[in-house]
Design a protein around this ligand. Structure first.
Ligand code: PEP
Length: 225
């Protein structure tokens, strides 16, 4: 069963309105493989979500970098899953290692964030989409020593770990889940190393940080070809 290549851009906590408009304009002008070949999702800071959602080409999608663990209410400073869905954003990065290390997010806390998405994306088709996109079927595998450091795993190292994960999924979920889950690599992916990494059979795409703010993000998208 084919797994469509996935390229996520995590813009982290960076950017001014002018810089964001420039990045969006570069993405809109780029010649990239079609949506049948690669799924591209960019993740700006919350404050830029409406701007990016309203100005980005329709074949690229937008994700939030986090969401609150429960429904909305008296949780000052948080953004709920309902608010994101209301904005037309069914994607979210959950449990990024920076949030785990800097804000002490635990596995249990991150796991609980799955629940509002499951109840919101309740129709069968949407549920399937929710799974295929933000929740289960894109599983970022990022060695922490490679995130934002300029040190990248070798293609062989990435393949070895991804293939072990797929075996784990096979044994602990089902052959179908193992065959369809996209296991994506994150950690200092750039225009120079993306092609070799992306050629490995169990590397189904990337979560890109620093390089997603630069023109080389287009080369990374093209690694899907
Ligand atoms: C990330 O933000 O998940 C990431 C992998 O960052 P970078 O590409 O900068 O290492």
């Amino acid at each position: 069963m084919g797994r469509k290549f996935f390229v996520g851009g995590n813009w982290k906590c960076t950017g001014t309105t002018e810089e964001v408009k420039k990045i969006v304009s570069n993405l809109n002008d780029a010649q990239v493989p079609s949506f049948d070949v690669v799924e591209v999702v960019v993740s700006p800071p919350y404050v830029f979500l409406p701007l990016v959602k309203n100005s980005l080409r329709p074949d690229f999608h937008v994700a939030a970098q986090n969401c609150w663990v429960k429904k909305g209410g008296a949780f000052t400073g948080e953004v709920s899953a309902e608010m994101l869905v209301n904005l037309g954003i069914p994607w979210v990065i959950l449990g990024h290692s920076e949030r785990r290390s800097l804000l002490n997010e635990s596995n249990e806390f991150v796991g609980d964030k799955d629940l509002p998405w499951r109840s919101l994306l309740h129709k069968p088709k949407q549920l399937q989409r929710g799974y295929q996109t933000g929740l289960m079927l894109s599983w970022p595998m990022s060695p922490v020593w490679a995130i934002g450091t300029g040190k990248v795993a070798s293609p062989a190292q990435a393949q070895e770990v991804h293939s072990e994960l797929r075996k784990w999924l096979h044994a602990n979920t089902s052959p179908e889940v193992a065959a369809t889950t996209r296991i994506i690599y994150g950690g200092s992916v750039n225009g120079a190393n993306c092609k070799e990494l992306g050629a490995k059979p169990d590397v189904d795409g990337f979560l890109v940080g620093g390089a997603s703010l630069k023109p080389e993000f287009i080369d990374i998208i093209k690694a899907a070809e």
